[in-house]
Design a protein around this ligand. Structure first.
Ligand code: F6R
Length: 591
């Protein structure tokens, strides 16, 4: 959460940083700001509001300078106000800092610094960094020496950039447990939480490892270890696909990414079959297998659990990543921990993986973004290959995660190739679902936009799809929704169903059909408006979202598609921006 960007080079820096902030907005969009070092002055402009609003209100584009830092915020410490927006500076306004992460001992440091006469202007944890640097940076010490000397005093996780009028011409960055990546196009250098921010200019990147300090100046770059010794770090080429982040002709990234659900399977299945066999064997041999993830990724894991059990006859458990630590006592070297994370940097997941590694467990991560923190912590990494997902709600990455679990489970029975072919055949079916249900879903969204509660029910492998449909609806339309196993409805939640309450029923025409339908009838008898997502029509449905007949184990991948689209259209009908839901951010790098 929070996106940071720095630019040092030969071009005017502000337009580059503004463009980068727009790319980074998925990481937080409460406030934004820019600091520029120019002609012996430190210019800072910042405010609460979305990046576009702050740019316009403060005419950011008119700022001069070729050494520029920017920040887009997701508030943790301190309200969403102009004073709490980044960049933050020291007492003399000579040092500027942008930060992503949480300084856990900031209260104690703030007390010490205030006691020594420092004057704080914000409520943020970040501001302590600027004041600590102020104390260290004087007396002829370079900015990088100051950064090196304060880093050990900071507890928690961070990636921050600093620039100073007392050591001008450079940006210094460092990180611990938060992402930071350098873009190289000498004499121009970029540094950001995400390579997407500068991918328009360069695909050549250098990764920072934890505690590395990097010094960027126009035409020069230097990496230092935590003792200040020079390090050599390799330049790598990023995959081109990570440059594609435009909305094209779509009104929103969410809609574009839902439409891309019709193409994800070929990319997801473009994998090394031998690696899948190796991982499948690890899973089969393990004493216990725990899958850990958050939010939508956890729902993919729940489908994965059914697949492992049905196909590989391997039982495993799914533990919410924020709860994983509380089970760590039973994790050992005979445990395989599978993590699922689109971003590869969700703090709860990273924490769980660290606990698993400490217990000698084997860690396999299923992630989308390359160069992620989780990738570095895992024994094996499986890439989703679905390209950048820019909208905050996860959509196409969920389909890719389902595909990976499908491939893994069939690798357990030596049928990776068969699974690949079956997945590939789904692309056309999904394109058909998107096309044929669009107008019905738009009509439904207008009809139901003022309802207060939705319930989603399903059985077996589709139960997690009900939960995913409900999560997506809450996230983008702000309507309360719950997903649950269909048989569970009558154990309490049915009390909430009244005249007109929408109940979405995922009802495959298989051995679960009759029982699921009878749960729908129970709701309908209490006045529910039944939306059937099914390959078989029924007069129980008040609205039928027709999907093609597919094998039981592929049904979740088809059934979820109209649910994503329904959530999207409901957000639009209610006048909300589904790409940037309130209070949320795409990468959740705080616990
Ligand atoms: C929902 C959503 C979130 C994420 C969750 C985990 O649409 O996007 O629930 O799924 O924050 O994120 P990753 O997969 O990046 O670990």
């Amino acid at each position: 959460m929070c996106g940071i960007i720095g630019y040092c080079g030969s071009k005017p820096g502000v337009p580059i940083v503004i463009e980068a902030l727009q790319c980074l907005e998925y990481r937080g969009y409460d406030s934004a700001g820019i600091a520029s070092l120019c002609d012996g002055r430190l210019l800072i402009k910042k405010d609460a509001g979305k990046v576009g609003e702050v740019i316009e209100k403060h005419d950011l584009i008119s700022l001069p300078g070729s050494i520029v830092m920017g920040h887009t915020r997701w508030a943790t410490h301190g309200a969403v106000t102009q004073l709490n927006a980044h960049p933050h500076s020291d007492c003399r306004n000579r040092i500027a800092v942008v930060h992503n992460g949480i300084i856990e001992n900031s209260a104690q440091l703030r007390e010490e610094l205030a006691g020594a006469g420092h004057v704080f202007r914000s409520e943020t944890d970040t501001e302590v960094i600027a004041h600590l640097l102020e104390d260290e940076a004087g007396n002829g010490r370079s900015l990088e020496q100051a950064v090196l000397s304060i880093a050990p005093r900071l507890e928690g996780s961070y990636a921050f950039l600093a620039a100073s009028l007392d050591d001008p011409g450079k940006i210094v960055g460092t990180r611990r447990d938060n992402p930071l990546i350098v873009g190289v196009d000498a004499p121009d250098y970029y540094i950001s939480s995400d390579a997407l921010a500068f991918s328009r200019y360069t695909n050549r990147v250098m990764n920072l490892e934890d505690n590395d300090v990097v010094v960027l100046a126009a035409g020069a770059i230097e990496f230092l270890d935590k003792q200040g010794n020079r390090l050599s770090r390799q330049v790598r080429q990023l995959d081109q696909v990570w440059s594609e982040s435009s909305k094209g002709n779509y009104q929103h990234f969410m809609l574009k990414e839902i439409m891309e659900e019709a193409q994800v399977f070929d990319q997801a299945a473009d994998q090394d079959g031998r690696l899948f066999t190796e991982i499948a064997l690890d899973i089969l041999r393990a004493r216990q297998v725990i899958i850990t993830a958050c939010g939508t990724s956890r729902y993919a894991a729940l489908v994965g659990r059914y697949l492992f059990s049905k196909v590989g006859k391997k039982f495993c458990d799914v533990v919410m990543a924020s709860e994983f630590g509380y089970f760590a006592d039973s994790v050992d070297k005979n445990t395989v921990v599978v993590t699922v994370s689109q971003s590869g940097e969700t703090a709860d997941v990273v924490d769980g993986v660290k606990a698993a590694r400490a217990a000698d467990a084997r860690v396999i991560s299923i992630i989308n973004r390359p160069n992620s923190i989780l990738a570095d912590l895992s024994h094996h990494v499986i890439h989703l290959n679905c390209g950048p997902e820019v909208a905050v709600p996860a959509t196409k990455s969920f389909l890719s995660q389902l595909a990976i679990f499908y491939l893994l489970s069939f690798s357990m029975v030596n049928d990776f190739d068969g699974a690949t072919a079956r997945l590939s055949a789904l692309n056309t079916a999904i394109a058909g679902v998107l096309d044929s249900n669009k107008s019905e879903l738009i009509t439904l969204s207008h009809e139901l936009k003022d309802r207060n509660d939705f319930y989603y029910i399903a059985r077996g492998i589709n139960f997690a799809i009900a939960s995913e449909g409900a999560l997506k609806l809450k996230e983008v339309s702000y309507i309360h929704a719950e997903g649950m196993p269909a048989g569970e409805l009558k154990h309490g939640t049915l009390a909430l169903v009244e005249q007109g309450t929408p109940v979405v029923v995922i009802c495959p025409a298989d051995y679960t059909f009759a029982e699921t339908l009878s749960n729908a009838i129970e709701a309908k008898s209490r006045g529910a408006f039944i939306i059937g997502v099914s390959d078989r029509e029924s007069n129980v449905y008040d609205s039928w979202i027709s999907i093609p007949e597919v094998d039981e184990l592929l049904y979740p991948m088809i059934a979820v598609v109209p649910l994503h689209l329904l959530a999207y259209y409901l957000a639009i009908s209610r006048g909300y921006d589904p790409d940037r839901p309130r209070n949320l951010a795409k990468s959740v790098t705080v616990k």
